[in-house]
Design a protein around this ligand. Sequence first.
Ligand code: 13P
Ligand code: SF4
Length: 292
Amino acid sequence: NKLKKEKNAVILAHNYQTPEIYHGIADFSADPLALAVEASKTSADIIVMAGVHFMAETAKLMSPDKKVLLPDMKAGCSLSSSITGKDVRLLKEKYPGVPVVSYVNTSAEVKAETDVCCTSANAVKIVKSLGVKKVIFLPDDYLAKYVASQTDVEIVAWKGICMVHDQFNEKEINDIRDKNPGIKIIAHPECPPEVINASDFAGSTSGMINYVKDNQPSKVMMVTECSMSDNIQVENPNVEFIKPCNLCPHMKRITLPKILDCLEKETGEIIMDKNTIDKARLSVEKMVAIGR
Ligand code: 13P
Ligand code: SF4
């Protein structure tokens, strides 16, 4: 905390970071949409992304003149690594004129081939805002199915999955409901459709946090990465969290010692060519303009 003040650095953290990062050192903890907006507004010289690689890249897109650091360059994402820029170009050739909506959980190279980005907080709104009958929606197959269930738009999907949310299953959800009468079960839309259908509510990390804050259920299970429940327990002391506990190995690569090391040595800098930055930034800016 002392060093970040000395260096005029800001630490941005995703909601899946551990409590000591989320509560102890982050200047701003949020979902990827809010992190992108915050990165575009900050007056800091250095942005340290306590999150995964695509989030650090997105921060660089929004603030190309800032030094953006990622404490562990191996902090990736199974969704982001499921698709390349070339894959998107081939899809566009196969479906000419069909707009491409990409989840922010993609590389800058994929974003550069994208018409508009979305996050899980605004995927339905973004797809509806295009006013078209068909969209290419990538790379999360389950999020694509969720969007299809909420709109009349025909979706061309990709076979990407989140390795964390894919581990949940319907039986687990039903067993927890049987053992905990009255529990509210809230799921992330990166979960398989049958898990979402067995739940009481589906929403992004910010949507789930707001659900708990507004509804104050006596017992809740957040069907998502474990650290979420740990992080928001303190603001919701009367809510009992039943924790299914699936950890994201990529998010968990980011630790306090690695953040300190990266800030001290200014290592893990995100470097991208100007052409990619300029093209990819447009798709993120369009998303930010449409909002939540
Ligand atoms: P959201 O905060 O957009 O819901 O993100 C979920 C996620 O898996 C980020 O990697
Ligand atoms: Fe990617 Fe899933 Fe980890 Fe998020 S939780 S970074 S979507 S693998």
